[in-house]
Design a protein around this ligand. Structure first.
Ligand code: KG4
Ligand code: ZN
Length: 359
């Protein structure tokens, strides 16, 4: 089955062609960083306009690279939510129209399900079940994943997402948007032990996170240093490192507890913050004594991309048509009468089968 994947939930337009037998044939990505950087964050209206400009050229590109004709596409998968409403609508409208013109089915995919399944592109891929640590710009969650569409939420952030805290702290440290990777590079030059930052909810006994206090602690230190004229390169890199250490300690501790509680032997780490090398090292050290294997998507698929949407589309299509379950987001037949919609707020656990005793 040849699946076209389309991602447009935020500030990246990603398209990909995935064949369930031959694997990933091609993928293309356009990042809107330059569009939003002057504003220090994503401007939704500009994001929508840019997606519209990029979708057709990127489609042509993936077809050309894969040497495929549009008529060979069996299914069009697109991100239905969560994300920016306007941005989602551009991808959904494009995908549904293209599928309609081809006379092929379209399927709306949950963005986080795409992230969650993206480590299946790694070699070897993880088998189900596994615990997933999903850390992106908009979400921070620990999930117990029993299979495609079967996700039990173990814990999540009560306020800022991990990537959001990275981005906001990076901005406070004078780094350009989006700051996660830049903060990580700055931290590489820092020395440990200069700041004592909070580890929010570390001993709460739950698997929930809270990162806004950590970001506020960075803000307070920065304001103080600026007032005392100490806001120099050494200060910035030491504080970046302290922030990253605090973040990694909390993420690792909660992940370890999730693995212990669930008894799972496999950990999947997905989402943009999963690219952070200190997090990767810390998880390795934390799980050194255990039998747990850690799986990451290839680095280029940690952040938003069309490949993960195509993969999730293929897997979900197979799952729903084989098992005839009625999960939101999947259609079992081509139905052009009802139009389509996007779901800017869409809890991942709503994908679990009806009757599952999941929160
Ligand atoms: O998964 P993603 O592309 O988008 C969402 O679904 O939100 O994640 C983007 C987030 C941003 O907050 C970005 O700063 C962060 O991932 N990020 C990183 C790194 N690379 C990307 N954070 C920390 N270290 C990195 N190396
Ligand atoms: Zn994402």
């Amino acid at each position: 089955m040849l699946v076209l994947g389309i991602e447009s939930s935020c500030d990246e337009t990603g398209l990909a062609l995935y064949d369930s037998e031959r694997g990933l044939l091609s993928h293309a990505l356009h990042s809107q960083v330059e569009v939003h950087a002057p504003y220090g964050g994503v401007v939704p209206e500009l994001a929508s306009r840019d997606h519209i400009r990029r979708l057709s050229p990127l489609l042509r590109q993936v077809l050309q690279v894969a040497q495929c004709s549009p008529t060979t596409i069996d299914l069009v998968a697109y991100t239905r939510g969560p994300g920016l409403a306007g941005a989602l609508l551009t991808g959904a409208a494009f995908a549904e129209s293209f599928a309609c013109a081809l006379g092929k089915p379209a399927i709306g995919i949950h963005h986080l399900e795409g992230h969650l399944l993206s480590p299946l592109f790694s070699d070897p891929p993880p088998a189900f079940p596994f615990v997933a640590l999903l850390v992106s710009g908009g979400h921070s969650q620990l999930l117990d994943v029993q299979g495609v569409g079967n996700y039990r939420l173990l814990g999540e952030t009560l306020d800022d997402a991990a990537g959001e805290a990275f981005d906001k702290s990076a901005m406070l440290l004078g780094l350009p948007y989006p700051g996660g990777a830049a903060l990580s590079q700055l931290a590489d030059k820092g020395n440990s032990g200069h700041f004592n930052l909070p580890r929010p909810l570390l001993s709460s006994g739950t698997l929930d996170f809270s990162f806004s206090g950590l970001k506020t602690a960075v803000r307070t230190r920065v304001a103080q240093a600026q007032q005392e004229d100490r806001f120099d390169d050494d200060f910035r890199s030491d504080l970046a490192l302290a922030f990253q250490e605090a973040m990694c300690e909390v993420l690792c501790a909660k992940t370890l507890t999730a693995l212990q509680n669930s008894g799972r032997q496999r950990l999947v780490v997905a989402g943009g913050v999963g690219a952070n090398h200190q997090l990767r090292n810390s998880l390795k050290v934390t799980l050194r004594e255990s039998d747990v294997h850690i799986y990451y998507p290839p680095l280029e698929f940690c952040t938003d991309n069309g490949a993960m949407i195509a993969l999730a589309g293929a897997m979900r299509w197979e799952e729903t048509t084989c098992k005839q379950t009625d999960c939101r987001g999947a259609r079992q037949k081509i139905d052009l009468s009802g139009g389509f919609s996007v779901l800017p707020r869409w809890p991942l656990h709503e994908l679990s089968p009806p009757g599952a005793s999941y929160i």
